[in-house]
Ligand binder design. Structure first.
Ligand SMILES: [Ca+2]
Ligand SMILES: [Ca+2]
Length: 369
């Protein structure tokens, strides 16, 4: 009986430690990951004993779970603490994440340790160092470098699993502390950490989130919300899907403005959508077809032609935009545009437009004329 009480107390203290350190999902403050609905995460200790933690509640694991005394450690081994201390002697932060997990499924567990304060609120948390270590018969080694690097702060660390992939990955929530949330996912291959995915807007504004569409705790993709200058201030949602160990863009959705009335605005909207949209939704593709009926124009790569800056300057009414020469008649118009790319190369296009049912539509685009 006494042994059982000690065991239960140990389980509670381990749960408390892991919850307090890694991610307190019972707090409903802006959780960066979708609700995993009580999914149970398994931490595989170096003693090869499994301890299962129910993330959504602070109750003890089910009675039938395999738990032994040796696996229940309410403290992180001192030699791990000593090891990371000598990696960064000036770091006085507490350990905020600790897990033992065989990330790459090679049969050897890795030790994941982070210092700082990691929780759900991106603006209150800060991860200073993040390490993946190995412990082979007491010999501790670091795999790769400190995984906190790059321009954005890491505010959250968590072990995750992707759909159709039994390996474990390290999710790092990223923020600039103000207007941006993104993430990177770190995997392990041949004992080296690598970035499976990095998704955070370079503009400092945007929100990127992992998705778990069937809510089974395995992530199947991610979504990027963008509305800054990188997407010409349109509201854009890009959806990526995880397949064959890689993320693929499957859909771009845009909050479409009204159909433009003027000749110039039809061209500007067509060029803007053309630059922003890849894998558009049906609605977005339909708008593109309404704006331009010239099927051959689909093959023109305005992106390769360095259009973005000139288009941005034109839309924002800044200097160094595109030059327009417009010959507009009753229901037909001829427009020539020219602009310089960043290397001062000159580009020209000519457009023919027709007015059908009161709407201007581009009927032909010719390059270099
Ligand atoms: Ca391993
Ligand atoms: Ca899923």
């Amino acid at each position: 009986m006494m042994k059982r009480i000690v065991l239960l107390l140990s389980i509670f203290s381990l749960i408390f430690l892991l919850n307090a350190c890694s991610n307190n999902v019972t707090r409903n403050t802006d959780n960066p990951l979708p609700d995993t609905n009580g999914k149970e995460y398994t931490f595989d200790s170096s003693d090869n004993i499994k301890v299962t933690i129910n993330k959504n509640t602070s109750t003890s694991p089910d009675s039938e779970e395999t738990v032994t005394d040796s696996a229940i450690r309410s403290e992180i081994p001192q030699n791990y603490k000593d090891y990371i201390k000598q990696l960064d002697p000036d770091n006085t932060s507490d350990i905020c994440f600790f897990a033992v997990e065989d990330m790459d499924l090679d049969g050897i567990s890795e030790i994941i340790l982070a210092t700082g304060s990691s929780g759900d609120d991106p603006f209150d948390n800060y991860v200073e160092d993040l390490y993946i270590l190995t412990d082979e018969n007491g010999v501790i080694k670091q795999l790769g470098d400190d995984l906190v690097s790059g321009g954005y702060m890491v505010y959250h660390v968590e072990l995750i699993q992707m759909n159709g992939d039994s390996r474990k990955y390290l999710y790092c929530g990223l923020t600039n502390g103000v207007s941006l949330k993104g993430f990177k996912i770190i995997g392990l291959k041949d004992k080296k950490p690598y970035e499976l995915c990095y998704s955070a807007s370079a503009t400092g504004a945007g929100e990127d989130k992992l998705t778990d569409t069937d809510n089974d705790g395995l992530f199947d993709g991610y979504i990027q919300y963008r509305s800054s200058y990188d997407v010409l201030y349109y509201s854009v949602i890009r959806t990526y899907k995880y397949e064959d160990n890689t993320f693929k863009l499957v859909q771009t959705d845009i909050a479409l403005p009204d159909y433009p009335t003027g000749v110039k605005d039809v061209i500007l909207q067509y060029l803007s959508l053309n630059l922003i949209v890849e894998q558009g939704t049906e609605e977005v593709n339909q708008r593109l077809e309404e704006l331009c009926s010239d099927k051959n124009a689909r093959h023109i790569s305005f992106e390769e032609d360095g259009l973005y800056n000139a288009l941005f300057n034109t839309v924002m009414e800044f200097p160094d935009g595109m030059d327009f020469v417009i010959d507009e008649q009753t229901d037909i118009a001829y427009v020539k545009i020219s602009y310089q790319d960043e290397s001062n190369g000159l580009h020209t296009y000519s457009f023919e437009l027709k007015k059908l049912d009161g709407k201007w539509t581009i009927t032909a685009i010719r390059q270099g004329q």
